[in-house]
Design a protein. Structure first.
Ligand code: ADP
Ligand code: ASP
Ligand code: MG
Length: 400
């Protein structure tokens, strides 16, 4: 029998009724495969916990914050194990310490360093369905154990990491859509499901804001050659989306999907040509303070020998970044910025894709503030109020 890791997201376990449905699905599939189950917190729970902490502190104690956030998955893990055993499935609820999910101590964004795959398999070999709380691990840095979390959306990464550690045959991510679409179907109703997609495209999409999969889950699956699918919990018989190496794909669409991210703001500073030549001095204070800088664009010097340096940082860190760089008198150009991206491996071999994107945005009268490209994507930073219009317009231009 094949060993499959099944991961169920927040909406899939969003109520007791849904937890019963998930239990029934696990039981049904257990007839022809062995399962290891990974769960997210019930929909909305993690946000509630974030908000509770926010009422007590703007900078909560990191290890307490991660312990708090991880508790959402502990609840759904225990509830699903109860629902499974109620219908006669031998289930074992498991937290990270029980199967040695070790991480570094980067609270809120920890990386998995090791999982005791044998310990996990032992439960399977004993005839149990392990039900593992996703999104978390344990750090032993500094000599004592502390709970860590893997970054928002990180239970996908837990699932793939557990699949690799247990040498599973596949990892199935069950969610509230039946696959990866050409755009978020909540924004573009006529978006189409993509049956087969390269790992590279999915990684790019995930890193650019398509939250259907956590970026590191795709990275891990690609690295370890772990077969990965996205399926719907509500229509488990639909075919879903499968990811593979680019060389295994027959077609390479020029633009396969459009995505967006609204988590950043746009800052800019007018600096001297010399400062612009050695920008490390400017970015060091941000790096030391743990502020992540994303897009960076530097203009040529103007007639006074000054350059404009524009860059984006997480919206929640905007004011802190301004304070850290006070000596350069930066300003916030766009508080509510959205980064809209088109992604496709066919871009490598096609020219004119960026021009077509910019023309489509011009027709919609959407001004572009910054542009950034890679081999397989073009991103533009625009005003957040124009985000949905831009996505629909670009979907029409490239995919409809
Ligand atoms: P889960 O709780 O199951 O992990 P998420 O909310 O994290 O689910 O991810 C699923 C959601 O991702 C979908 O409901 C959909 O709105 C969103 N999404 C964004 N971009 C895409 C896309 N290109 N294809 C499919 N879903 C997408
Ligand atoms: N519950 C966590 C979150 O909301 C992890 C996850 O859903 O994957 O981010
Ligand atoms: Mg998710």
């Amino acid at each position: 029998m094949q060993l499959i890791v099944q991961k169920f997201g927040g909406t899939s376990v969003g109520s007791l009724e849904r937890i019963r449905d998930v239990a029934a699905l696990v039981k049904k599939t257990s007839a022809h495969q062995q399962n290891i189950v990974v769960v997210s917190a019930m929909a909305g729970q993690t946000n509630k916990l974030v908000a509770m902490s926010g009422q007590l502190s703007a900078r909560p104690l990191p290890e307490a914050y991660d312990m708090l956030l991880a508790s959402g998955e502990q609840v759904s893990c225990a509830l699903l194990a109860i629902a499974l055993s109620e219908i006669g499935v031998k289930a074992r609820p498991l937290l990270s310490f029980q199967i040695g999910i070790k991480t570094n101590d980067f609270f809120t964004n920890a990386r998995i360093e090791h999982i005791n795959g044998e310990l996990l398999r032992k439960h399977v070999d004993e005839g149990f369905v392990p039900v593992v709380a996703g999104f978390q691990g344990v750090s032993e840095a500094g000599g004592h154990q502390r709970i860590t979390t893997l970054g928002r959306g990180g239970s996908d990464t837990s699932a793939v990491a557990l699949a690799v550690a247990a040498r599973a045959d596949r990892c199935d991510i069950y969610t509230d859509v039946d696959g990866v679409y050409t755009a978020d179907p909540r924004i573009v109703p006529q978006a189409r499901k993509i049956d087969r997609m390269s790992f590279d495209e999915m990684m790019e999409l995930a890193s650019l804001g398509a939250k259907v999969l956590h970026m590191r889950s795709v990275e891990l699956a690609a690295k370890w050659g772990m077969p990965l699918r996205v399926l719907s919990t509500f229509h488990p018989d639909h075919t879903g989306s499968t990811f593979m190496k680019e060389s295994d794909l027959l077609e390479s669409p020029v633009v396969s999907s459009i995505t967006s991210d609204s988590s950043e703001c746009l800052l800019s500073a007018r600096i001297t040509e010399n400062e612009a030549r050695f920008p490390g001095r400017l970015f060091r204070p941000l790096a030391d303070a743990g502020v992540n800088v994303d897009v960076i664009v530097k203009s040529s010097p103007d007639s006074h020998g000054h350059c404009t340096l524009s860059f984006t940082v997480p919206r929640a860190e905007g004011d802190r970044a301004l304070a850290l760089l006070a000596q350069y008198r930066p300003e916030k150009l766009l508080e509510n910025m959205a980064k809209v991206s088109i992604v496709g491996i066919g871009m490598r071999t096609h020219s004119g894709v960026a021009a077509k994107m910019f023309e489509a945005l011009e027709r919609l009268e959407i001004p572009v503030h910054l542009i950034t490209t890679s081999e397989i994507k073009v991103s533009v930073c625009i005003d957040e109020s124009q985000r949905e219009k831009a996505i629909r317009g670009l979907h029409h231009a490239f995919i409809d």
